[in-house]
Write a protein that binds this ligand. Structure first.
Ligand code: AKG
Length: 328
């Protein structure tokens, strides 16, 4: 089993400098929990209300009793863990080519992540939907059931994400398809990522994933039993505690913009554990690169509803955020 811990003394100096915690990142962690929404509540109205409230106030929450079988989540975690525990050479069978523009594939630590930050984490990215965008080149062949489990999980996660989008659309006073349409309906993409954070001897000095908001629309994340995800709220980092079968929902930048600022794009980060390997499986729901995203037209009516954001093609938005250019 490959659980080599990070060694601060032998790490590239630039990486250590860039991942050392800033004062903000070191600020106290508050003993508070992110909202939990139980989707099995027989009143759909109450569930929808709780999802909307958590998205307005936090932009991050956990859903439980969501209908995705616990056994399927366990298998997703098992096949992903098995892949990361393979010898490096075998993982390289699905490595991201050095000259690739796209994000798909396996990458070892000390690499830039999707938003150009140095992240202290190994990861694997591959699209899971739509079929025209799926490249099995980047799906591990070992373990042999990796593909079957990920395809099954995709069906369930899409159903859950569409349900959440419906509640959030209605929470904006719009018809239930509004956010899905805003993302480009059938052209929207689902991107699976696995983050693998080995134990780190100096977790107080180093961050696994620095604080950021997600660039996409909606993120649905499961994690193993090691804690590490935190959200920034009211000037404090808050532990985003989650059971291994709970799903963390994170509102990303595109939903902040589509909702004209009503839903919050949650700033979050991942910390390292001294002893345990932490693994997380976010699925990012995002528009295709050419799709233009801005405040939904149904929200921009009347004198008091001026658009707070300009529309941008998703590829331009990504480029500008990556390059830290102004975004309005
Ligand atoms: O590992 C986590 O819990 C968070 C990961 C994350 O924020 C990311 O991959 O963008």
């Amino acid at each position: 089993m490959e659980t080599t811990s990070r060694n601060l003394d032998t790490s590239p100096p630039s990486l250590v400098a860039e991942t050392i915690l800033s004062e903000k990142e070191k600020s106290d962690v508050k003993f508070q929990e992110i909202p939990v929404v139980d989707l099995s509540n027989p009143s759909e109205e109450l569930v929808a209300h709780a999802v909307v409230k958590a998205s307005e106030e936090w932009g991050i929450f956990q859903v439980v009793n969501h209908g995705i079988p616990t056994e399927l989540i366990r298998r997703l975690q098992e096949v992903g863990t098995e892949f990361f525990e393979l010898p490096e050479k075998e993982k390289e069978a699905v490595a991201r080519p050095a000259d690739a523009v796209d994000i798909e594939g396996y990458r070892k630590m000390y690499e830039k992540d999707i938003e150009g930050r140095n992240a202290w984490v190994d990861h694997l990215f591959h699209r899971v939907w739509p079929p025209s965008k799926v490249s099995y080149t980047f799906w591990p062949k070992n373990p042999h059931d990796y593909r079957e489990v990920n395809e099954e999980y995709t069906k369930h996660i899409m159903k859950l994400s569409e349900k959440i989008m419906e509640w959030l659309s209605e929470g904006l006073g719009l018809q239930r398809e509004a956010l899905k349409e805003g993302l480009g309906c059938e052209t929207a993409e689902y991107l699976m990522k696995i983050n693998y954070y080995p134990p780190c001897p100096g977790p107080d000095l180093v961050i696994g994933a620095p604080g950021h908001t997600d660039i996409n629309g909606l993120t649905l994340l499961v994690a193993n039993e090691a804690l590490g995800l935190q959200a920034f709220k009211d000037n404090h980092w808050v532990d985003a505690k989650c059971t291994t079968s709970g799903i963390i929902i994170i509102i990303g930048d595109q939903f902040l913009r589509m909702s004209n600022g009503k839903y919050k794009s949650a700033e979050h980060r991942a910390t390292m554990d001294k002893e345990k390997t932490r693994i997380s499986w976010p699925v990012f729901v995002e528009p295709n690169l050419d799709h233009v995203v801005g405040p939904l037209p149904g929200l921009i009516t009347g004198d008091n509803n001026a658009p707070k954001f300009k529309p941008h093609a998703y590829k331009d938005y990504k480029f500008r955020k990556l390059k830290k250019l102004p975004l309005d």
